[in-house]
Write a new protein. Structure first.
Length: 245
């Protein structure tokens, strides 16, 4: 098949020529592999209670696989052509991904990782549909590593950054000045304070605050988590946590 022999896939070569061609067996293999790999990614997202879960990821990948198979079949039949269905699937996945992104009541952007994960999942499905098993498998492993292990690395580096943002809930607005005073005594600098309008009428004064660590000793020996834990002991703080993307 002209559309399937441009790049020789090593895994397809190991399986045999049937895996590189379009036939009933290879189509079934690609669909099953697409569902299996996307199910693992979807399980990781749903286990963390994200907006797009197991079924969404499986369907996105399967649509990508079917689109690629049909495009390859039409290209082989006509001898030329472009991947129309794949292009449409990429656009559709991108639109769907955008709707996974939202602002939480704490002024945090949520769903970015899931949105990009959906897009990557669709592309992995397309790679499988085109018979590029090795590309799909390596991409799957890298995406899974990014979702499972990189967050810990990200937290590690963030905890050692001189800048961080907090979500702060005070029992009353008069305590904000006291909080600012404590922050300065600790050797911290407030870069920006923004009141959160989502909590108006709740009885709480809620703010998003950008903080910089200006004290050299504090910067060297204390993490963001330890600083926030120390601030929790203040009586007028109802809730405080670091804002993460």
């Amino acid at each position: 098949m002209n559309g399937m022999t441009v790049l020789v896939d090593p895994l397809a070569s190991l399986l045999g020529s049937w895996a590189a061609e379009l036939n009933v067996s290879s189509v079934l293999l690609r669909m099953l592999l697409s569902l299996l790999l996307s199910a693992v990614i979807g399980w990781e997202r749903s286990a963390k209670r994200h907006s797009a879960g197991l079924r969404t990821f499986m369907l996105i990948s399967l649509v990508g696989t079917i689109s690629a198979i049909l495009d390859c079949a039409m290209q082989a039949a006509s001898g030329s052509g472009i991947f129309v269905l794949c292009a449409g699937t990429i656009i559709g996945t991108a639109i769907l991904s955008v709707h996974s992104v939202f602002y939480s009541s704490r002024n945090q952007i949520k769903g970015l990782t899931t949105a990009v994960g959906l897009w990557a999942d669709g592309l992995i499905g397309m790679a499988i549909g085109m018979g590029y098993y090795a590309v799909a498998l390596v991409s799957f492993i890298m995406v899974l590593c990014a979702l499972l292990w990189f967050p810990r690395l990200e937290i590690f580096f963030k905890n050692r950054s001189n800048h961080f943002e907090i979500h702060l809930e005070l029992t009353n607005s008069y305590s904000l000045q006291d909080f600012v005073t404590v922050i300065r005594k600790l050797g911290l600098t407030i870069d920006e304070i923004e009141q959160n309008p989502a909590y108006v009428g709740s009885g709480l004064s809620v703010y998003s605050i950008s903080i910089s660590i200006s004290n050299a000793m504090l910067k060297k020996y204390k993490t963001h988590t330890e600083i926030i834990e120390a601030l929790k002991s203040l009586d007028y703080i109802y809730h405080i946590e670091e804002m993460r993307g």
